[in-house]
Design a protein around this ligand. Structure first.
Ligand SMILES: [Zn+2]
Length: 226
């Protein structure tokens, strides 16, 4: 099966997304791999795109379809090309891109940059909530924040403790395939914090899952029941 997303470095990115039209076509391909259907009648036959609107009119029912409807790009005047570059910069910057830096990089005003970042974060949050840990998962703690001079390392640190769980699927005779990861900021790293984590909140057998989790905590390895 063809991958919907591909890793891209800086050169790949700017070569691949060189115009507004290319970005729009890419968006349509990712959202509708079998072709964009009309929102009203479901048919897939459209007139050529309107020049001044991001819309395609359906030949059958004349409804104007917007490929960006229902995405973070909807109801914004920012061109998709700028959006794509902004998303790339956010994904590329490990420290977390500020609105000020984004506005400078893209030549936008700070309010627009802040609104774009906010939409991106909401989008990531929504997507993240849909991820479930499956198969086997490994759990560990990490500490986030700037280190203070003379501060302790490890569990005695003043940094923020975060629980991390990564699921993976063992493949016979091959390397394991990494799945989703979940992170949770906790007050303290201990067994109770792990239990509260309840990696999959919609789990129907939560009680059993908790017992299993408690038993597995010491090994930092657990099996998520399906
Ligand atoms: Zn239609």
């Amino acid at each position: 099966m063809e991958k919907r997303y591909h890793e891209r470095n800086l050169m790949d990115f700017f070569t691949s997304f060189a115009s507004e039209e290319i970005c729009e076509q890419y968006l349509i391909k990712v959202r509708f791999p079998d072709g964009m259907p009309c929102l009203k009648c479901g048919k897939k036959d459209f007139y050529p795109r309107l020049k001044d609107r991001r819309a395609y009119q359906c030949k059958a029912c004349k409804f104007f379809n917007r490929p960006v409807a229902g995405t973070i790009f909807h109801r914004t005047h920012t061109p998709l090309l700028e959006w794509f570059v902004a998303i790339f910069l956010v994904a590329f910057d490990k420290r977390g891109l500020s609105a000020l830096l984004l506005s400078e990089e893209l030549g936008l005003n700070c309010i627009t940059a802040r609104a774009m970042l906010s939409r991106m974060r909401r989008g990531m949050e929504k997507r993240d909530a849909a991820y479930k840990l499956r198969g086997c998962a490994e759990i560990d703690e990490m500490f986030i924040g700037a280190s203070t001079e003379g501060g302790k390392r490890g569990r005695g640190t003043e940094k923020t403790p975060v629980l991390v769980a990564v699921s993976y699927v063992p493949v016979k005779g091959k390397e394991e395939v990494a799945g989703f990861a979940k992170l949770l900021v906790v007050d303290e790293v201990n067994e109770e914090a792990v239990l509260k984590y309840r990696f999959n909140r919609r789990h129907r057998r939560a009680e059993l899952f908790d017992r299993l989790l408690r038993a597995c905590w010491n090994r930092r390895k657990l099996h998520i029941l399906r």
